[in-house]
Design a protein around this ligand. Sequence first.
Ligand SMILES: Nc1ncnc2c1ncn2[C@@H]1O[C@H](COP(=O)(O)OP(=O)(O)OP(=O)(O)O)[C@@H](O)[C@H]1O
Ligand SMILES: [Mg+2]
Length: 341
Amino acid sequence: MNKNTWDDMLLEVRDLKTQIKTDHGIVRAVEGVSFTLRAGQTLGIVGESGCGKSITALSIMGLLPGGNARIAGGEILYRRADGKMIDLAVLAPGGAEMRAIRGNEIAMVFQEPMSSLNPVYTIGDQIMESVLLHQKVDRVEARKRAITMLDLVGIPASNQRVDEYPHQLSGGMRQRVMIAMALSCNPRLLVADEPTTALDVTVQAQILALIKDLQSEFNMALILITHDLGVVREVADTVSVMYFGNVVEQADVARIFKNPTHPYTQRLLKAIPRIGSHEKLQQIDGSVPSAYAARLGCEFAARCLETREICQTELPEMKPVEAAHYVRCWQREGATGTTDK
Ligand SMILES: Nc1ncnc2c1ncn2[C@@H]1O[C@H](COP(=O)(O)OP(=O)(O)OP(=O)(O)O)[C@@H](O)[C@H]1O
Ligand SMILES: [Mg+2]
C-alpha cells in the first residue's frame, strides 16, 4: 500500500543535468530530469532512442561513460537503508560510499547483457564476485547463493550452468543471469534498462513476470526503462515520459493512459498496435533534434502539430494538469506562459 509519506521516499531526482564532452562538442544528454520513487514502487521511464534514458540511469549509478561525462547540475537524493539521505550526484563515483551502495543497495540490469557480462569468467564466478564484495560470506556460501539466484530466475540445471561461460547461454538466459547478478545482494532499488528489448515476445513476458515476482518478494523499488508503453502499462505504478533530455509528462500509470496530455505522449500512445484494431498506426514524423543543437523553446516544437509562437522560444516548465499529473507544454492547462516558480 502506498502510504504517500515522506518516510517511504527512496529516491528523488531534481533537475538532473548530465553532459558528455565529445570531439564534436558537448552533448546535453540529460537537461533537467526530475522524478520521485517510493520504496517498493515501479517507475516506468519511456521515450524514444537518444532521449537520455540510459544516461539518467547511469548518472544514478555513478557509472557515466569514460572520463568525459559529468553531472552538470541537479540532485539525486537517495535514502539509504539507515534512513540517511544522501545526494548521489556529488558522491565520488569510485569512492567508498558509492561502492557500498552500487551493486548492493542499488543494482542495475544493463541494456546490453553481453557488454556487462565478462566473457572470460563463468557466470557463477561473476555472481559470486558481487556477493563476496558486499556480503560477509565465504566462497562456498557465495557459490550456493549464486546457484540459488540462478534457480530463482528460472535457469534449469543451475548447479551445472553455474560453471558455464556467457557465450554458452542464449540471449534470454544471459538476461536472466544479469537479473540474478543484480538481485544477488537483495537491492532496495533495481534500475532495469531495456531488460527485455533484445528478446522474443514470450521470453520478454517471462522476464517481466519474473522481475515483478522478485520485486514483491523483496519489496524492491524498480526503475524500468523501456520504449514499450505496453510493458509500462503492465508493470509501472508511475510513468515519466522523456523527450530529448527532459521529462515532458509525469503521472501515475492509469492517468497517463486515460488522460495522456502532452502531444508527444498522445502520439506515442497512438503508435501502440492493438490486437483487433483496424485503425492505422500513427507514426511520429521527424526525429529527435541533434544532441549538439542549441536549445531554444520546447524540444518537441519541431514535430508538434499544435505549436504556438512561444513554443519556439521558451521552454515550458512542468505544471500540474490534475492531481499528481504534470506536463511540460505551453498548450496545456496550467502552462500559462509565465515562468512563475
Ligand atoms: N558514450 C557516449 N558518448 C557520447 N554521447 C553519448 C554517449 N552515450 C550517450 N550519448 C548521447 O547522449 C544522448 C542520450 O543517450 P542515451 O543513451 O541516454 O539515450 P537512450 O534514451 O538510452 O536511447 P536508447 O533508447 O537508444 O537506449 C544521445 O544523444 C546519445 O547520442
Ligand atoms: Mg538506452
